[in-house]
Design a protein. Structure first.
Length: 222
């Protein structure tokens, strides 16, 4: 598996944790932004395909002793956001309950900052939300990011224009590679957009404009 090697469990300042191998490299998201600033579509193609291949390798891996249930974990992460009414939260939970169940290894936090290229080789970090479930959820999180990402306001106008023009192409490159490798359909992946978007909102790490766009999509689908 393309992961950091774990060494031991430990306690630091009263808190339990795991000591991992230090991974030094460059994240996929930084690589993509650098290519965006230099308008290099050919390299963007290869980086997105690398990410798709890594996710497929994770999803087909044989694993033991993972007991976290994907759907229950998603509900816990989504929580009771003040952005949504209690009825909307209940509708999101019901939507999740009706999604297809699988028992495959899923990373659970597939934002592009969690894939690091070390000497050209990919390493996936931050496995605290790993679970058994439907791999389409992992892929949907990436697709939602590509479809709904909002660049920082200080982004040069030419770069933002290039990003907007390239967004659909980036989505199709990534989804094409993953679907060819896995046999999962685009429709299966899109069915997981609602929990993927709700999870992104709960992270608190995206701009308000992006939150508003995701919330509107969620409300439209539930």
């Amino acid at each position: 598996m393309p992961v950091a090697r774990p060494f031991e469990l430990g306690i630091w300042e009263g808190r339990p944790g795991i000591i991992f191998e230090k991974i030094v490299g460059e994240t996929i998201v930084n690589r993509l932004f650098e290519q965006m600033y230099t308008f290099q579509n050919d390299k963007t193609d290869s980086e997105l395909r690398i990410f798709a291949r890594v996710l497929n390798d994770i999803h087909i891996a044989s694993v033991f002793d993972i007991v976290t249930d994907q759907k229950e974990n998603l509900k816990a992460i989504i929580g009771r956001s003040a952005l949504f009414t209690n009825d909307e939260i209940s509708a999101i939970h019901s939507y999740i309950d009706h999604l297809p169940v699988k028992q495959q290894l899923c990373h659970g936090d597939t934002n592009m900052s969690n894939l690091i290229l070390r000497d050209g080789l990919p390493v996936m970090i931050d496995w605290m939300h790993a679970s058994l479930g439907n791999p389409a959820a992992d892929v949907a999180e990436v697709c939602v990011t590509i479809d709904y990402a909002v660049l920082p306001p200080e982004t040069p106008a030419a770069v933002d224009e290039f990003f907007q023009a390239s967004r659909k192409e980036a989505y199709h490159i990534f989804i094409d590679e993953y679907c060819k490798l896995s046999g999962v359909t685009e429709e299966e992946i899109k069915s997981w957009y609602v929990p993927a978007a709700a999870r992104s909102i709960a992270s608190g790490a995206i701009p308000d404009e992006q939150i508003a766009r995701l919330a509107a999509m969620i409300r439209d689908r539930i």
